[in-house]
Ligand binder design. Structure first.
Ligand code: DX5
Ligand code: ZN
Length: 217
């Protein structure tokens, strides 16, 4: 079954703990934590203190998406609470080394590419990752429209996974809702991140059920 990773970027930060428990009760698989530094992307969000605070209140793995420059400097801090850390290919001069750094902390390494980055940029490092995250919006904000031109990259990454005999998960982030979910899973996605489509609805379980139903179409 398709995994759902609610992005807490669209949650009510004044009651973040309750928001996380709400999606956990509703059947979420991961908690997606969007970390932005105001340099790599034009927004500032969550730091390691928040990740440390939420980790003990949920049984779900924290899927920490680093949208920051120089991620190597912050990986040791997020490794305390994260189960998965994803770094942007565009932010890593020595991507292979950064992925190994994540694994050295017993955290699952993942790589992310922006909509404008070709899939070929990450082909050589696919054997190093537990997860590939494909952005279907330009990172920085929740609530943006899904960029469908990214979909051929999903199929390409899934084909390489088969050819190379690898078993990383393919995750999609940005503009995912009950309508856009099916094209993602039909092309090989395993995990769907959704922020506004879940937290902007009062009943989060219903929202996640709708996305999953869309994903199975
Ligand atoms: C975008 C973030 C996403 C975002 C998704 O920069 O990486 O995780 O929160 O939000 P929606 O689902 O609203 O596009
Ligand atoms: Zn994200």
């Amino acid at each position: 079954m398709t995994k759902i990773a609610p992005s807490i970027l669209s949650a009510d930060f004044a009651k973040l703990g309750e928001e996380i428990k709400d999606v956990e009760r509703g059947g979420a698989d991961y908690i997606h934590v969007d970390v932005m530094d105001g340099h790599f992307v034009p927004n500032i969000t969550i730091g390691p203190l928040i990740a440390d605070a939420i980790q003990p209140i949920t049984k779900l793995p924290l899927d920490v998406h680093l949208m920051i420059e120089n991620p190597d400097a912050y990986i040791p801090l997020f490794a305390k609470s994260a189960s998965i850390i994803t770094v942007h290919q565009e932010a890593c001069v020595h991507l292979h080394r950064t992925l190994q750094l994540i694994r050295s902390y017993d955290v699952k390494p993942g790589v992310v590419i922006n909509p404008g980055t070709p899939a070929e940029m990450i082909k050589p490092i696919l054997p190093e990752v537990d997860l590939v995250l494909l952005m279907t919006v330009n990172p920085g904000f929740g609530g943006q429209a899904f960029i469908k031109e990214v979909i051929p990259k999903v199929a390409q990454i899934a084909a390489w996974r088969d050819e190379m005999g690898l078993d990383f998960e393919i995750e999609i982030d940005g503009g995912v809702n009950e309508e856009t979910a099916s094209i993602c899973t039909a092309n090989g996605a395993d995990v769907l991140v959704a922020g506004s489509a879940i937290f902007n609805q009062e009943n989060r379980k219903e929202a996640m059920d709708e996305i999953r139903a869309g994903a199975e179409k």
